[in-house]
Design a protein around this ligand. Sequence first.
Ligand code: HEC
Ligand code: HEC
Length: 241
Amino acid sequence: MGRVKNTTFAMAATMLSTGCTDTAPVANPFEQSGELIALSGGDAGAANACIVCHGMEGEGDGELTPQLAGLDPGYFVRQLELYEAGQRRHPEMEAIAARLSWDARNAVASYYAEMEPPPGAAANRQACTAAARQLVFSGDPSRDLPACTACHGRDLAGAGAAGPPLAWQTAAYNESQLRAWRSGRRYGDPQGAMGEVSRLLHERELRAVAACAARLPDATHRREPRAASLLEHRHDPRNGA
Ligand code: HEC
Ligand code: HEC
């Protein structure tokens, strides 16, 4: 964790405890509250601060907690709606989503959307068996299974709100989500595409496909600290933040 991030965190914590904004005038309080929610949990409470599980830089925990940094905000907000509606099951995330207002969801989604995605994110092709590679990059017309790349982007690094990046997530997370769709614990995605895809995959293929589509195991989200903290940036009206 870089010095700059620590400073940002300390500033946000001070502002929370004092409730004081005089010392840190901000151009866009909407955006700022996204950062504060990430650091403090907002209405969901401190124990639910996003950084507790998703990491200081939105990088995820390297296992079953996904990376949030760089996710499309439309996709992000829809996931919170799905958790609240019970169309995606996870006890903590359901409770957290239910306690975040519409404004708070949008604010925290745009905060994470502005974070840079990991450098050179691309699927871990070395982890691909020949069969998995074929399914991921070409699909299988004989069972009407489209290539994963058709919706998730050529490098599986994402394609907007309806194509989250698989190559930013771990093999374990990707597999857990495929299993959730297949069992019906996750549903409500556009056109029911993933329910169908997950059921067209044979059990023996699932893990291999998830690993092939996931990020390189040693690819981290860590970046150089930014030149100035987000809060400092916002003082300057010229940067349009
Ligand atoms: C107690 C740990 C924990 C906390 C705190 C937490 N999350 Fe999560 N979050 C998770 C886990 C685990 C998942 C994956 C759950 C699943 O399998 O559906 C997840 C999934 C998500 C997803 C779906 C991402 C995707 O790629 O589909 C979003 C969006 C999200 N969290 C946002 C937030 C926000 C915003 C906060 C803070 C307000 C937050 N989370 C706090 C554990 C947590
Ligand atoms: C027809 C389009 C389409 C195809 C083809 C497709 N997906 Fe998806 N996938 C989606 C959509 C849309 C979502 C997001 C669903 C939502 O918003 O809940 C998604 C989400 C996912 C996620 C969850 C990502 C996250 O962050 O939670 C995984 C994992 C996934 N897909 C794996 C695959 C794999 C593996 C393949 C190929 C075997 C594949 N998908 C093919 C449309 C597609």
